[in-house]
Write a protein that binds this ligand. Structure first.
Ligand code: MN
Length: 192
């Protein structure tokens, strides 16, 4: 995580971060290390492991490697004092072309995040033509293995991401996340 465990509060509490980063994310890292020990996968970059095991019998290695990648991307998608979408620039132009305006993006992203059934992730991606899209993925899946475009941002909508702070009110987590935590600088860097 590129910040301290209290820096996302009050949107995401230190308590949530301590479980999410310290137990869930750490758990995926520990399990992945166990599963690849002594295998060729242990020598490969994380992204290669994730892509190479997707859709194969190596379900455990895929799930844990993708969850490590997804969580690292999620922590980078937030920052202390985030939100406040930039009014001009390449991302703002792409946002207008793809969603009419920033509110259009927020509506589509919020709808995707609240309607993802069960565990998963919602992503802002850019496709090869430069069009921005909101996509949902289930469980550990992500846009890289599904070829859905280049990820710019992600929100974790597994219950462990918000349940201690918001219980069943996923929509409140998503709204606060968009308004107060999004790291647009990270999204702009990923847009290239
Ligand atoms: Mn998570």
């Amino acid at each position: 995580m590129p910040y301290g465990d209290t820096d996302l509060a009050p949107v995401i509490s230190q308590n949530t971060v301590s479980f999410h980063y310290g137990k869930h994310h750490q758990g995926y890292v520990t399990k992945l290390n166990e599963l690849v020990a002594g295998k060729d996968w242990a020598k490969k970059p994380l992204e290669a492991v994730m892509k190479g095991t997707y859709g194969t019998d190596n379900v455990g290695i895929f799930n844990n490697s993708a969850q490590v990648w997804n969580h690292t991307f999620y922590w980078n998608s937030m920052k202390k004092g985030g939100g406040g979408f930039p009014a001009t620039g390449k991302l703002a132009d792409a946002m207008k072309a793809s969603f009419v305006d920033f509110d259009g993006f927020k509506k589509e992203f919020s709808l995707a995040a609240t309607s993802q059934f069960g565990a998963g992730w919602v992503w802002l991606v850019v496709d090869e033509a430069g069009k921005l899209k909101v996509v949902k993925t289930a469980n550990a899946d992500n846009p890289l293995v599904l070829n859905l475009g280049t990820p710019l941002l992600t929100i974790d909508v597994w219950e462990h991401a918000y349940y201690l702070d918001y219980q069943n009110k996923r929509g409140e987590y998503v709204t606060a996340w968009l308004d107060k935590l999004v790291n647009w600088d990270f999204a702009i860097r990923n847009l290239g």
